[in-house]
Write a protein that binds this ligand. Structure first.
Ligand SMILES: Cc1cc2nc3c(=O)[nH]c(=O)nc-3n(C[C@H](O)[C@H](O)[C@H](O)COP(=O)(O)O)c2cc1C
Length: 401
């Protein structure tokens, strides 16, 4: 995902240095070239060997090295960088950069570079809230430097409050999204995700195996590309992407109502949820007890509203994307569903295949459009599938104008 990208990671002297090792490892897994620049302060916490081993590159520390080749290190790093990430960023380094001080390799690289610079501050709450630190941050923001806000939490010093560095996974997500083209700015995209549940009594319900991973990946990709995203989610254990408007629902009827609230004003509806098709005709107000006299329990189910078909009837300019999760006759069923629900295209996946469907990080899809064209794709992770779906959505949006 970050192939051919060079990330210069500035590591400064805070206790969160150990988390920077995780950042390097995550960036490497995404095929980035990582050049670590450590301040002297940082080397008091962790040795350069850790970063050298994880990044497979020599760690840069000193500005006045004996010259071994005729690259001036701070200039060559500044030019090489596609992005400079400073994590953890101390109050000291933030202050220096905000005030034009370039007295070590890292601050000099930042001064000499035209690449995007992203800070992930980490410090004690009182330090973070200090008006000098805050005004340095504001100044840098006003000059186009970016910040990944620290979280609230228990700090290494024992205090509780703001100042805990954002988690490595979120920092790396930010880096990934920095490289994405913001081609969906101004578009409102509604994504449904996960399963719905239909209660039977106060302790039992009917649902399905949908994990919501596909829908959450689509919401994340849309958000990264600049769209305004409403994520209507059934019960999942997933962390929603930061920045989406999250609407949590339980039943299929709830999901229908939630989509109804946003449909008229959206540009795109992506229906990746797995709403339960039938619900118990009645919900018992008390727990259904085991009946000693019979081995059977009969429950009558009634049809739930068909969300896709409902909005397919009313759609005007909206683009509607559906999903077909099948275990047999995949393409025939998907094509019928595409027509029946008035989708612009449908993403079909055979959930019985290894590496596809529910609760896995990959999917194997075919896309059928409303002109009858089918494209088959190899196994991919869900983030890649999300990219393909949104590339197709983008083309349709451009075509519609
Ligand atoms: C144990 C210890 C922990 C520290 N943790 C932080 C921290 O989390 N954030 C911070 O801004 N400074 C922290 N400091 C202070 C910095 O190390 C100090 O300001 C140093 O000058 C930073 O230099 P640098 O920005 O060049 O790395 C800590 C110092 C010590 C001794």
């Amino acid at each position: 995902m970050l192939k051919n990208k060079t990330i210069v990671l500035g590591v400064t002297g805070g206790i969160a240095v150990y988390k920077a090792a995780d950042i390097v490892s995550r960036l490497k897994k995404l095929n980035a070239n990582v050049e670590v620049v450590m301040t002297e302060g940082a080397t008091e916490f962790v040795t350069p060997l850790t970063f050298q081993t994880l990044s497979n590159n020599v760690v840069h520390r000193k500005m006045f090295n004996e010259i071994t080749n005729y690259d001036v290190e701070h200039i060559s790093l500044a030019q090489k960088a596609d992005l400079i990430l400073i994590a953890p960023a101390t109050a000291n380094t933030i202050g220096k950069i905000a005030n034009g001080i370039a007295d070590n390799l890292l601050t000099t690289v930042v001064m000499a570079s035209t690449a995007k610079v992203v800070f992930a501050p980490a410090m004690n709450t009182k330090m973070y809230q200090n008006p000098i630190v805050q005004s340095n941050i504001e100044k840098l923001k006003s000059l186009g430097y970016e910040f990944i806000n620290p979280a609230k939490g228990k700090l290494a010093c024992g205090d509780y409050g703001e100042g805990k560095m954002a988690e490595p996974v979120d920092i790396v997500d930010y880096v990934i999204s920095s490289f994405k083209e913001k081609d969906l700015i101004g578009r409102k995209i509604v994504v449904t995700a996960g399963p719905t549940i239909e209660p039977l009594d106060p302790v039992r319900y009917m649902t399905n195996h949908s994990s919501g991973k596909m829908g959450y990946s689509i919401a994340k990709e849309a958000l990264d590309r600049g769209a305004e995203v409403v994520l209507i989610s059934g019960s999942t254990c997933l962390e929603p992407p930061k920045g989406v408007e999250l609407v949590r629902v339980k039943t299929t009827e709830d999901m229908l109502n939630a989509v109804g609230k946003y449909f008229a004003t959206c540009d795109v509806l992506i229906k990746s949820a797995a709403p339960v098709d039938y619900r118990p005709e009645s919900v018992s107000s008390s727990k259904i007890k085991k009946n000693k006299d019979t081995d059977e329990l009969t429950i009558k189910y009634v049809k739930n509203p068909d969300i896709a078909a409902h909005f397919g009837k009313f759609k005007k300019n909206q683009i509607m994307v559906g999903f077909a999760a099948e275990t047999e006759n995949l393409l025939q069923y998907a094509e019928a569903k595409l027509k029946e629900k008035n989708f612009d295209f449908i993403v079909a996946n055979d959930v019985s295949k290894v590496g596809a469907g529910f609760n896995v990080d990959t999917n194997i899809i075919s896309i059928i459009d409303n002109k009858g064209e089918t494209t088959n794709y190899p196994i991919m992770d869900k983030a890649q599938v999300a990219r393909i779906i949104l590339d197709k959505v983008k083309k349709l949006l451009d075509y519609k104008g």
